[in-house]
Design a protein around this ligand. Structure first.
Ligand code: ATP
Ligand code: MG
Length: 565
């Protein structure tokens, strides 16, 4: 019989495993999607095989540290046998079956990776969440997803207990902790006695694999469901050409386990390329520990949200000698060109920005080898056909601002999310004519580079001009007084709507005269970008409202402004 994800090799008269080159060909639409695919069997177990034959360098698959002297290093072979044990824990004592929903709320501990792979081996649909979720957030997620089981750590166990009775579908609570707790099964105990024998389920390529909640930057998080192949094969080009990974690389992706960025950088893209996933379980982000980690470990590839780089460039980075770092990435939010410039002068390294969504993975990226245009998100990534469209779904020419959209017809790209679970209205609302609309506005230049303007809701219309907050924020951050800012619309009698900037000041500027500083910042913006964009109102604040992922919630500030009226 034919194992999943293998193809018949005519010359050799054999069923051969699909290779990275095959996955690349599928992404480039040069090969059809196989009927069956399973990331554990078709990717991870293939790397384990290559370890045996010496076709892969002696580089761990997972390398975990916690800064307290604890360390875990697993090869793909070890990851294979340990995840088979974990698979048996899920199916036997937890009684879970293929297609069941499981919420996984764990910090960056090795078990998170085991549970992910165990779910893939068994066809159980996993739903990651961050440990920063409150009881109310967890309740929303458990009810919305109808999860039968929750895998959680001690940090969130009390919150789960406080709402568990309100979740009729929740049957099992599995605790990952050295301690046991009443009402919970113990992962560690069950894992000890679980068998290493497990045969991987033969999953269909289009069968559901995971549900990721969106960040909730603009409202309640939505449940984006992904198939076995959408991330499992669909992130090949992202791994090879944006992350620039080979099996000898070590990637440190900072993303929290609850967001799709973790799936992209710490699971699928990296392991498709056979690279080592490096994890540092920091209780809290700390720039000193961060810089120390880069100087101590042979990390070759770094992926962090823009906020981290904004903090780092305020340090004297020339003092640090990074051990092996050669490729740096960012995404999730726009990166101000000023920060890119400073990172480059201070470290001698480029910063490659990518643009994506929970729903569709990486859409645009500055790929290795392409010229970087500071402030741009790079070019569209295959298999997507990225276009700028107008409100009627017509493609706009280069230079014209509109909505960033992906062509759906004639075939829907396989790496798309399948739907927002239980929300046909929201799913349907993403479609306009032949396109999927991202809800973001941007411009494509004549070289095919995309420039982010803002979330469609964040764009400010003042005296007939459309103003994207990102450009104004990028102008502000060039000024030494500005650490961060958020630009939103504010009501105005004459213009109806004007630009207002909320600004976090650098420490030495906090004692300055605010009126004078306001004038200085306004003047600076007028010189740096088209004068009509300058913020007519400026307010100095200690911090900006952000999502757990660190994204600025402009809608909170905007609502506050309009309510004040
Ligand atoms: P929600 O959809 O729940 O409001 P969200 O859109 O923030 O939350 P995510 O899927 O995590 O949820 O984020 C995708 C969004 O993040 C994009 O639509 C875009 O607005 C923003 N984004 C991601 N990468 C970039 C980037 N490089 N530049 C600008 N914006 C980006
Ligand atoms: Mg969104």
């Amino acid at each position: 019989t034919k194992p999943p994800g293998r193809h018949f090799h005519k010359d050799r008269q054999l069923w051969m495993p699909l290779t990275l080159a095959d996955f690349e060909a599928i992404n480039r639409c040069n090969r059809p999607l196989p009927k069956n695919f399973n990331f554990a069997a078709d990717v991870l177990d293939q790397w384990a095989q290559k370890e045996k034959t010496g076709e892969r360098p002696a580089n761990p698959a997972l390398w975990w540290v916690n800064g307290k002297g604890d360390e875990v290093k697993w090869s793909f072979r070890e990851l294979g046998s340990l995840s088979r044990k974990a698979a048996n824990v899920l199916t036997k004592p937890c009684g879970l079956q293929r297609g069941d929903h499981v919420a996984v709320i764990l910090p960056r501990i090795p078990e998170w990776w085991l549970v992910n792979v165990a779910c893939i081996r068994t066809g159980i649909v996993f739903i990651p969440g961050t440990i920063q979720l409150t009881a109310k957030d967890i309740l929303y997620r458990l009810r919305a997803s109808k999860a039968k089981c929750i895998v959680a750590s001690e940090e969130v166990a009390p919150a789960v207990e406080s709402i568990a009775l309100e979740c009729p579908d929740l049957k099992t609570k599995l605790l990952v902790s050295p301690q046991s707790r009443t009402g919970w099964l113990s992962f560690q105990e069950l894992f000890q006695s679980a068998s290493e024998e497990h045969s991987c389920v033969e999953t269909g390529s289009q069968e559901p694999m995971t549900i990721y909640f969106t960040s909730g930057t603009t409202g309640s998080p939505k449940m984006a469901q992904h198939s076995q192949s959408s991330l499992g094969i669909g992130l090949t080009l992202c791994g090879r050409y944006w992350l620039d990974l080979k099996s000898s690389d070590i990637i440190w992706n900072m993303s929290d386990t609850g967001w799709v960025k973790a799936a992209i950088g710490s699971v699928f893209s990296s392991w498709l390329c056979g690279a080592c996933v490096f994890v540092h379980q920091m209780a809290q982000f700390d720039t000193d520990i961060f810089l120390d980690t880069l100087t101590t470990y042979p990390i070759t590839t770094l992926c962090s949200p823009p906020t981290v780089y904004r903090m780092l460039v305020r340090k004297d980075l020339k003092r640090y000698k990074f051990k092996s770092l050669r490729h740096c990435l960012t995404g999730g939010e726009p990166l101000n060109p000023e920060v890119l410039e400073q990172w480059r002068t201070q470290t001698g390294l480029e910063l490659y920005e990518g643009y994506g969504q929970t729903e569709v993975g990486i859409i645009c990226a500055n790929q290795k080898g392409q010229e970087i245009k500071p402030g741009s998100m790079g070019k569209g990534m295959l298999p997507y056909d990225v276009q700028i469209i107008d409100e009627n779904g017509n493609v706009l020419p280069p230079g014209k601002e509109g909505e960033i959209a992906l062509r759906l017809k004639s075939t829907r790209p396989f790496c798309f999310f399948s739907e927002y679970v239980d929300n046909p209205q929201k799913t349907a609302a993403t479609i306009r004519g032949d396109f999927y609309v991202t809800g973001d506005r941007g411009v494509m230049d004549s070289d095919g580079y995309f420039w982010f303007v803002g979330r469609a809701d964040d764009v400010i219309i003042s005296s007939g001009y459309r103003i994207g907050p990102f450009e104004v924020e990028s102008a502000l951050i060039e000024h030494p007084a500005v650490v961060e800012s958020a630009v939103v619309s504010s009501p105005d009698q004459i213009r109806r709507e004007v630009v207002k900037a909320f600004v976090v000041l650098a420490a030495p500027f906090k004692s300055y005269n605010p009126e004078k500083l306001t004038l200085e910042l306004q003047d600076h913006v007028k010189k740096s970008t088209a004068p009509y964009k300058y913020p007519r109102k400026v307010e100095f604040v200690e911090e900006l409202p952000k999502t757990i992922t660190g994204k600025i919630k402009r809608n909170v500030l905007r609502d506050q402004e309009w309510r004040r009226r």
